[in-house]
Write a new protein. Structure first.
Length: 137
């Protein structure tokens, strides 16, 4: 795992599409809603440009995000949450997402959303690790 500029990245044992497939299935089983799946490489191909496999999944639940927006409505710019599966130059696949605590700092979230931030952070770590094939308890 690596963290840079508020982004946490986990290596995935799977290809990009399979990683996002796994994540979509895991979040759906957890009762979260998948809002969109975006294939950036397919978009690049449409304009004749090359891009290594890169897919974004946008998902969440109003129960998690609403307290953040009630605290600071501008937090909605970063909600629902998203995860990006991407292949680096060496062919390694990564699954990256915004660090929820970094988002809380970015938006000046306070006590009113502290529990929701902690729950989202724990939930993200769990679903990302499972989708990437990491053994976590």
């Amino acid at each position: 795992m690596m963290a840079t500029n508020g982004i946490i990245s986990h290596q995935s044992r799977f290809g990009v599409a399979e990683t996002i497939d796994r994540l979509a299935e895991i979040v759906a089983r957890a009762g979260l809603r998948v809002f969109a799946r975006i294939d950036h490489a397919a978009g690049a191909s449409e304009i004749g440009a090359a891009l290594r496999p890169t897919e974004l999944l946008i998902f969440g639940n109003p129960k998690g995000g609403t307290p953040l927006m009630q605290d600071q409505q501008i937090a909605g710019i970063d909600l629902p949450v998203k995860a990006l599966a991407w292949e680096d130059e060496q062919g390694q696949v990564w699954l990256s997402y915004n660090d929820t605590h970094w988002l809380a700092e970015r938006h000046g979230l306070g006590d009113a959303s502290r529990d929701a931030v902690a729950a989202i952070a724990a939930g993200m770590e769990k679903v990302i690790a499972a989708a990437a094939g990491m053994n976590r308890s």
